[in-house]
Design a protein around this ligand. Structure first.
Ligand SMILES: *Cc1c(COP(=O)(O)O)cnc(C)c1O
Length: 389
């Protein structure tokens, strides 16, 4: 369990015992995410060590707990915000406007105007209309154009929703300059949970070709924004954060030379391993006498924080209070009256056959993309509670 860590950060063992000590000492009346903010700080340091001169802009959507933002401000992190709400949160927690970039390519004009008034000057675009909105509501600001890159094998790909092709990106940069904006550079995202640094190669090659063309046309780009994608440990081995980040920076140096400014936007990789969800079993049953699988219904499901189980893309490690007892294959489902609320069925999970209603379960490394995905009260179930220690 410590193999994905290096000497720069506390071993997971200590973190688990700190989280575990807290969890063991308390009762929870609803599913609760417990986050160790010291662990986030350790991960920030580990990534910073590997990323070297690149600026870290934490992707706020991964976990917007104010205590996390405040600690990252203290450590000198920058922030990638996607909305007025995320910008306000960062400012409230002490971030300066020049530490915040507005990285969503789909922005309300009123949010652009708000950001500009607040002093934010870096905006992402991938379309003509967005460029016009920025020219109107954030005159003279800097823009970076997001490229569409092929998914290189990420477990949670971001696919075709964001970005434009290389030719259009160059045209948008030229147009930005005509509109009085600063055409700053290019951005991309390799896809979330990209488990190996080598999976970045195809994406980086494609971006480097566009970068070279833009520079040959005299655009004088100064910023390369490499987005997120830094992995967390779920059920498959990953590289240690520092080594992973250092390898990505090496791949960049080989392709881009000395770009004046590099930005990275880790979300998942910064916070996932710092959190554990405490929930319980609501029901364990079989569908027939000779059913091979047990069905284990938890107090948390697809609509109360575990959205990334869609397609069984992210497979969380589940621990129970009966670990050590004989196990058998279990389908895992949430508590709501919606048939989509099944977490793992195609590939069942081996859990103790003694598991029954009321037993506590811990869902490990759930600090990213859980609290933000929790619905406000589907079927009357309360949203995922968050406790930061
Ligand atoms: C969500 C997001 C990120 C974070 O991605 P991870 O894979 O969680 O690191 C980074 N940049 C942008 C623009 C995003 O939307």
């Amino acid at each position: 369990m410590t193999l994905h860590f290096n000497g720069a950060v506390a071993p997971l063992f200590d973190v688990e015992s700190r989280l575990d000590a807290f969890v063991a000492s308390r009762d929870f009346d609803r599913p609760t995410l417990v986050v160790d903010v010291d662990r986030v700080a350790a991960q920030f340091r580990a990534l910073r060590l590997g990323l070297g001169r690149a600026d870290i802009h934490y992707a706020v959507k991964a976990n917007p707990a104010p205590e996390i933002i405040a600690r990252l401000v203290h450590l000198g992190s920058h922030f990638d915000a996607a909305s007025r709400g995320e910008i306000e949160l960062c400012l409230e927690q002490g971030a300066r406007p020049d530490q915040i970039s507005f990285g969503n390519t789909i922005k309300r004009p009123s949010d652009i105007a708000f950001a500009y008034r607040a002093g934010i000057r870096h905006f992402a675009v991938d379309s003509d209309e967005e460029l016009e909105k920025i020219a109107e509501h954030a005159p003279g600001a800097s823009v970076y154009v997001r490229l569409l890159v092929e998914d290189g094998g990420a477990d949670w790909p971001l696919s075709r929703k964001f970005g434009c092709d290389g030719e259009m990106a160059i045209r948008l940069l030229e147009e930005a300059a005509r509109l009085g904006l600063v055409a700053e550079g290019l951005s991309f995202h390799v896809g979330s949970q990209t488990r190996k640094a080598e999976m970045w190669i195809a994406g980086l090659d494609a971006v480097a070709r566009v970068w070279a063309t833009a520079q040959a046309r005299g655009l004088g780009l100064t910023l390369l924004n490499i987005g997120g994608g830094f992995p967390a440990f779920y059920d498959e081995d990953i590289e240690a954060p520092t080594a992973y980040a250092a390898r990505v920076m090496e791949l960049i140096a080989e392709r881009f030379g000395d770009v004046p400014r590099i930005m990275a936007e880790p979300g998942r990789g910064m916070v996932a391993e710092a959190g554990v969800i405490v929930a319980d079993v609501v029901l364990a049953s079989r569908k027939s006498r000779d059913d091979n699988n047990r069905w284990v219904y938890l107090s948390i499901g697809r609509f109360s924080g575990l959205a990334e189980t869609e397609g069984e893309a992210i497979r969380y490690r589940i621990e129970t209070s009966r670990d050590g007892d004989p196990v058998g294959p279990c389908v895992i489902a949430g508590p709501s009256c919606d048939s989509a609320d099944v977490l793992y069925e195609r590939q069942p999970v081996n859990l103790p056959l003694t598991l029954k209603s009321g037993d506590r379960v811990l869902i490990r490394n759930t600090g990213a993309y859980t609290s933000t995905y929790s619905s406000v009260g589907f079927n009357g179930f309360p949203p995922l509670d968050v406790v930061v220690i």
